[in-house]
Write a protein that binds this ligand. Structure first.
Ligand code: FES
Length: 312
């Protein structure tokens, strides 16, 4: 092996200088270009931070787009300019030559690189730091959608609805429902007064009110006082996956879920008669006050909604 190396001519310092000349930046004024790139990275970092702030406060979509797009634009401009103007220019052609140099040539080459490249390396460290900072901020704000989607802890809000003792039963417009409002066989979606326009009211409080007869109606043993004047009320949230159970089959006296066709018998406590729903719709105890308005005796006796509760 050593015989082969000894037959070739070592690369001279002059030759190394020629190679080094190709490693110089292509910009005529590298310092100015570096400053421009640094400004772009700083602008990119600031806009990424603004994007994070805008996302956190749920700002308008155009603000999210403007800050994220602007950040990527400036960071991209900086990266492209760095590659185009500050990286060594080509073309790079490497001649086949002797692989081994003398110790003297190696020392001379190392000295030339350290002496002439030191400043360049230092400046590149600054740009690398700015680029890292900009991309770091972007990485942090990219986590915001995940963090915000976790939302606040539900605590015990899933255990209860807004129905309380004495809540007035109102329709979608907020009008109180009185005992003479529904004909036998009719249904209506109702809410506890004051929640009909709220997200929570629409989500967990919505209730189906059905008039089965004009006599007090008992759906199950122990619920003798829950159905005054033939009115019964059930949670509208399907116990399968939470779709609104809004279809009423009057002939069969069944509430039907439109999503997977679960059917609940309203005359016996809304026990599922068909479909994937695993448990009955919770029933709301009602009473009629002295002025003839329908009101709730208390909250539902069990939590409303899908089968989360079966896992406890
Ligand atoms: S959500 Fe009602 S049956 Fe599936």
């Amino acid at each position: 092996m050593s015989d082969v190396n000894e037959t070739r001519t070592p690369v001279s310092v002059a030759g190394l200088e020629e190679v080094y000349s190709h490693l110089q930046p292509s910009a005529r004024n590298p310092q100015l270009v570096e400053r421009i790139i640094a400004v772009n990275f700083v602008l990119g970092a600031v806009l990424f931070a603004c994007f994070g702030w805008a996302f956190w406060i749920n700002a308008q979509p155009w603000k999210l787009g403007a800050t994220l797009g602007g950040g990527m634009f400036f960071a991209g401009i900086g990266l492209v300019a760095w590659g185009k103007y500050l990286m060594p220019r080509g073309p790079f052609v490497e001649e086949r030559h002797v692989l081994a140099n003398s110790d003297a040539d190696r020392d001379a080459f190392a000295a030339a690189i350290v002496e002439r490249g030191g400043d360049v390396i230092k400046r590149r460290k600054l740009l690398g730091g700015l680029l890292g900072g900009s991309l770091g901020i972007f990485g942090v704000v990219a986590m915001f959608p995940l963090l915000r989607s976790l939302g606040p802890l539900p605590k015990n809000t899933l255990d209860h609805t807004d129905w309380t003792k004495g809540s007035f039963v109102v329709d979608q417009s907020g009008r109180r429902v009185s005992v003479g409002d529904l004909a036998i066989g009719s249904i209506m979606t109702v809410f506890p007064e004051g929640t009909q326009d709220s997200d929570r009211g629409q989500a967990v409080d919505q209730t189906v009110l059905i008039r089965i007869s004009n006599q007090d109606f008992t759906t199950q043993k122990g619920r003798e006082s829950w159905g005054p004047s033939g009115y019964v009320a059930y949670s509208k949230l399907c116990t399968h996956l939470g779709c609104p159970v809004g279809l009423y089959e009057q002939q069969l006296q069944m509430l039907v879920c439109p999503c997977h066709q679960s059917m609940f018998n309203v005359t016996n406590g809304a026990i599922p008669q068909f479909g994937p729903a695993p448990r009955p719709l919770p029933q709301l105890p009602l009473y009629v006050d002295t002025q003839g308005f329908l009101r709730s005796q208390r909250d539902y006796h069990v939590p409303v909604g899908p089968g989360f509760w079966e896992r406890h």
